[in-house]
Design a protein around this ligand. Sequence first.
Ligand code: NIG
Ligand code: FE
Length: 424
Amino acid sequence: MTKIDLLIRNAKELLTLSSSFKDASGLGIIPNGAIAVREGRIFWIGRTDQLPGDFVLCPEGREIDAKGKVVMPGLIDSHTHLIFAGSRENEFEQRVQGLSYLEIAGRGGGILSTVEATRKASFAELFSLGKKRLNRLLSTGVTTIEAKSGYGLSLEDELKILRVMKALQKDHPVDIVPTFLGAHAIPKEFKDERSKYINLLVQEMIPEAAREGLAEFCDVFCEEKAFSIEESREILETGKRHGLKPKIHADQLSPGGGAELAAELGAYSADHLEYVSQKGMERMAEKGVTAVLLPGASFFLSMGIYPPAREMIERGVSVSLSTDLNPGSSMTESLPLMMTMGCLFYRMTPQEVVQATTIHAAKSMGRGEEIGSLDTGKKADVLVLDIPNYKYFPYHFGVDHVKTVIKEGKIVHKGPKLYTDSVP
Ligand code: NIG
Ligand code: FE
C-alpha cells in the first residue's frame, strides 16, 4: 500500500515537457494521463490505466478528475518587475496621443516617476500591492516568477523592495526568484554624477543585497539611455564576485551589444533583444544563454519591431516568454496572453510557446531540475486547464481557461465559477 496526497487522473493531454516521455509533439504528451503526488513532489506519472493498484489516497488527500482537460506544469514568468507603487495610466494616454516612451521619460515621467512613488510607499503598502499582483499571476496559472527590484535606486529603498519580496515568498504560494536591478536607471540625485551611482552600486548596494541573501541574480538595463556596455560589465562582474548570477536587459530600444555581453559573462538570460545582432545570437547559442522575450513590452509601447525569435530558435537558442510586468512598458500579469502574442508576433508555434513558459523559463533562472516539467521527483507544480488540447491554449485568447492550480501538491487556486454553476 502506497499513500498518496493528490491524484490527478484521466487528463486528455498530460504535457510533461520531460525527455523521459519524448514524442512527436516535442512536449512529451501522455494521453489519458495521471499524476500521483507525495509530500509535494511527483511520485508517479503515466497513463491512468497503468496507475499502480496499491496507491491509496490519504484521509485528507484530494483526487482530481481531469477528463477532457489539459494538464501541464505550472507556468513560470521569467521576467517581472513585481514590486512598485503608483501607476502610469497618464503616460499611457500620452503615448496613445503620440508621445514616445523616451520623450515621456525625458519630461520626468518613466521609470523615475515610479521610483518616486515606490520610495514613498511603506513596506506594508508594497507588500499588499505585490500580493495582489501575485494573486493575479496565480489565477492565470503561474506558480513561479522571477522578480526584479529596480524602483528604489538607493541602498535603503532597493533593500526594502527585496525584503518585501522575501516576505511575500513566505506568505504566498507563488515562488519568487529575486533579482537585484539597482542598475535600472540613474536616480535623479545622481543625474550629473553617474559614476558616483555606479560606485554606490558596486561598493555598497550589490555587496549588501548579496550579504543579506536577498537576491539570487543581478540584472542591468543595458541601453543607450540607461547603462553602457562597460558599466554593465562592471556591475555584473561585481555581482558575480558576490555570488549573484548575471542577467541582462539587452538590445531593447537600440542595438548595443548586450547579447554579446550576456554570452561573455555567462549570463543565464538576455532579455528583450528586439535589436539583437547576428553575432549576439550566435554567441548566445554557443554559450547557452536563454533569450527571454517580452512581447507585452513591444505591444504596449507600439514598437512594431520584434526580436528575431524564429532565427534564435533555429540557431538553437532556448527562448522563454514572459510578461515583463511593470507600470511603464507592460502593465499585465497575463502570461497566457504573452503566449498568444508569441505565436502571432514572433511566429512561434503553440508547442514553442508552451516550452517558453515552462521548461525554458525554468532554465533561464537555473531551476530546470526542479520545475518547468513533470517527472518523478520534480516539484508538483501543476496546472489543470479546461481546454481540449494544448494548441487551444494560445488560440482562445484573453479569457481564463484555468480550472485548478496546484503548488507543491496543494490546490492553491480554482478557476472562476461560471454562471451556470451558481444556479441552484
Ligand atoms: O523592462 N527595460 C527596463 N525596464 C522596464 C520598463 C520600466 C518602466 O517603464 O517602468 C522594461 O521594459
Ligand atoms: Fe524588464
